[in-house]
Design a protein around this ligand. Structure first.
Ligand SMILES: [Zn+2]
Length: 101
């Protein structure tokens, strides 16, 4: 409890960007928890399914032996603990599913 496990992936906050002239979206890690550099991960196509589904754990491009978890940055209004973050992720997912209504 409370101990940091070295194998636990660090959280890397991402922003969603699209590439001009294409329908491809990327998750941009502006500040890699391992090297501090910027990394890009393919998030999918604009017309395709929920890009939120492509969040999650990925090997870090700068160090394939480690991985990090792509996550949306916490919203500034609230302090968020682990539980709240999980909840937010669930809510985020259901927001994206709204298009099915
Ligand atoms: Zn890195």
């Amino acid at each position: 409890m409370g101990k940091k496990d070295r194998r636990t992936p660090r959280t890397a906050f991402v922003t969603l960007r699209d590439m001009p002239g294409t329908r491809v979206m990327f998750w941009v890690v502006d500040d890699c928890p391992y090297c501090g550099e910027r990394h890009l991960h393919l998030a999918g196509h604009l017309r395709s399914a929920d890009p939120g589904e492509t969040l999650g754990e990925y090997p870090a491009p700068c160090d394939p032996a480690r991985s990090y978890e792509l996550a949306l940055p916490p919203r500034p209004k609230r302090k968020q603990g682990k539980e709240a973050r999980r909840k937010a992720r669930r809510e985020g997912r259901s927001e994206v599913l709204d298009e099915e209504w």
